[in-house]
Design a protein around this ligand. Structure first.
Ligand code: ATP
Ligand code: MG
Length: 439
């Protein structure tokens, strides 16, 4: 039961903190105001209204009875006296009937109480109109041979304070809600800033404008997040510096080995060993190049379509087909993305001989799909090929000089942009690589 209610609330409550907090502040104010208004209307306004209407109808009845018994002189005297003392304008029409059209409103409290008081006294011999004139009510009552028409001010049956009262209770509430909005905005801003910083850090972007602000808990969270970010960055830098250092230092002994091999007598073995050493050198160079490019680049706005086209233009035009459905801009490190996409394009063209590239837009993501017509990959290898230096079935790719770093570097770059890379079977028989990058 409570689970259902929870789900219901989750579905209809706003998702953002600011609006939730606003509801917490504003809902009680509005509820209180509604309660006060209802109580006021019911117990004070409607009751006062009833009392006033009752006394007005009694006045009219008195007038009506007096008119019945009076001669024409007394009638003129009464008419003038009522005009002077009560603001009543009285007309007497001899040969007229009551209007046949109803002009009273069914749900208006004023009309309802007038009806309720008039009916027991005059039966069906009355007619009134509260709508035509702004400040006046037109009431007509029929006697045996004439119609008495009375115009009286509306204020006689409706307390005029109602508007003032409503204004006085809504105005302070509106001011309160306005102040709450201003305060809440200031309180939620640091949380929004922190979550944006965390999002950017997660994507691998640089975050350097994180100033603690707001309530002490949020300040503390910001300071701790900043410390954690610096610690993680330090670890990452240490790791890549160490790897670069090792790769760099390894090149010297490798060169020495090559020299020594050149001088050895066993030419056959030497040749095989030299090719192994070449491969090792390529691995080291690839890694060093990657490590170097990663530390230097800044995030800029990139048009993915232009970038992909730029990469493809380095290849023979007959070898690729490019399809764009939308223009997509993302924030990223251009050279790294170029490297990542180039690796995948090169794979497609060396394992197949034609690739199909497509760029699409989905919710919050740019999607690049690169498909080839090569032999594809068995499903069980989909995960392995992302491991560094992993190559499927060496004999298949014997004619290639790859070292097996391409896909793992590509994946690293895409993930550092907060994106994802997925492999699947292509409709062109080969491999389909789907890259999504958030914009
Ligand atoms: N489009 C493809 N079709 C079939 N197999 C592929 C494709 N792309 C990658 N592979 C397989 O995945 C393995 C890993 O690819 P990866 O790009 O990491 O290394 P590589 O291409 O062998 O070497 P390099 O480091 O020069 O890119 C490849 O050896 C190959 O077996
Ligand atoms: Mg490759």
């Amino acid at each position: 039961m409570s689970f259902g209610l929870n789900n219901f609330l989750k579905k209809f409550l706003p998702k953002r903190l600011f609006y939730r907090a606003l509801i917490i502040v504003a809902a009680p104010i509005i509820l209180l105001q509604l309660t006060i208004s209802i109580v006021f209307f019911d117990s004070i306004w409607i009751k006062a209204n009833k009392g006033m209407t009752k006394s007005l109808v009694s006045e009219v009845k008195t007038l009506f009875d007096s008119f019945d018994a009076a001669d024409s002189e007394t009638i003129i005297f009464l008419t003038n006296a009522y005009k002077k003392n009560f603001d009543f304008v009285i007309n007497i029409n001899k040969s007229e009937n009551l209007p046949t059209t109803r002009s009273d409103r069914r749900f208006s409290p004023m009309d309802r109480s007038l009806r309720r008081e008039l009916k027991p006294i005059f039966g069906n011999n009355y007619w009134f109109d509260t709508v035509t004139y702004i400040d006046l009510v037109d009431l007509r009552v029929r006697t045996d041979d004439q119609i008495i028409q009375i115009f009286f001010p509306k204020s006689k049956i409706a307390p005029s304070s109602v508007r003032v009262f409503v204004l006085w209770i809504t105005l302070p509430s509106l001011i309160l809600i306005l102040i709450a909005i201003l305060f809440l905005r200031n309180q939620t801003r640091p949380i929004v800033k922190l979550s944006k910083a965390a999002e950017r850090f997660g994507r691998g972007e640089k975050v350097d404008d994180l100033r603690p602000s707001g309530a002490s808990e949020i300040r503390k969270a910001t300071i701790e997040f900043d410390k954690m970010m610096k610690r993680i960055n330090k670890h990452l830098n240490q790791r890549s510096e160490m790897l670069s250092g090792i790769s760099h230092d390894l090149r010297t002994p490798l060169t020495r080995l090559k020299l020594q091999l050149a001088m050895t007598d066993k030419k056959d073995t030497a040749k095989k060993m030299a090719s192994d050493i070449d491969e090792m050198e390529k691995m080291l160079n690839d890694y060093l190049q990657y490590a170097k490019s990663q530390s230097e680049e800044d995030y800029i706005e990139i048009n993915i379509n232009e970038l992909v086209l730029d990469i493809l233009e380095n290849f023979d035009h007959s070898k690729y087909e490019f399809k764009v459905s939308e223009n997509v801009n993302i924030n990223g490190r251009k050279n790294l993305l170029r490297r990542s996409l180039t690796n995948i394009v090169e794979n497609g063209l060396s394992y197949g001989d034609k690739i199909h590239v497509e760029i699409k837009k989905s919710v919050g993501n740019a999607i690049v799909i690169i498909e080839d017509n090569g032999p594809g990959l068995p499903k069980k290898e989909y995960e392995n090929v992302f491991k560094p230096f992993y190559r499927v079935d060496k004999s298949r790719s014997l004619n290639r000089s790859g070292v097996g770093l391409g896909l793992s570097i590509s994946q690293d770059i895409i993930k550092s942009h907060g994106g994802n890379i997925l492999l699947s079977e292509s409709k062109y028989k080969g491999l389909a690589v789907k890259i999504s990058l958030p914009f």
